[in-house]
Design a protein around this ligand. Structure first.
Ligand code: 2BA
Length: 107
């Protein structure tokens, strides 16, 4: 068995969850915050058999888009002079980790 941890954009999370549930997967959603942009995202936990991992990732990939975010960034020119330069960052579609599950119990 595997645990799939998928960090997805908040805007995609409803569609991903619906598609995963329709595909017969069990999903837990956690509201999380990205450490770089400090913006809200959604982390999905999906426990599934090894044979269904690729199907799960395909569903996630089909629902998650890449987006460009513009974030303020400060550039320093020395002598105490600094200006705010907008920085473009490409976010997503999804960041996915697949880990082995040693033991799975429903008590
Ligand atoms: P954030 O940490 O807010 O990162 C948002 C986007 O900012 C990232 O998109 C990436 O394009 C950029 N970014 C992140 N750290 C950076 C850095 N040190 N320098 C320059 N640019 C940086 P994604 O890679 O698509 O990641 C989206 C979200 O997925 C991240 O939000 C974070 O919550 C999570 N994530 C991504 N990689 C991770 C990892 N290796 N471990 C844990 N969480 C991760």
């Amino acid at each position: 068995m595997k645990l799939i941890t998928a960090i997805v954009n908040k805007e995609d999370s409803k569609a991903v969850c619906s598609a995963l549930i329709k595909g017969g997967f069990s999903v837990t959603r956690l509201s999380t915050t990205g450490g770089f942009l400090m913006a809200g995202n959604m982390t999905l936990l999906i426990g599934t058999e090894d044979s269904r991992v690729d199907a799960c990732i395909e569903i996630i990939a089909g629902c998650c888009k890449q987006r460009t975010e513009v974030v303020p960034s400060t550039s320093s020119y020395g002598l105490g002079v600094a200006t705010a330069v907008p920085l473009q960052v490409t976010v997503g579609g999804a960041t996915v980790f697949v880990t082995n599950v040693e033991r799975f119990e429903k008590l």
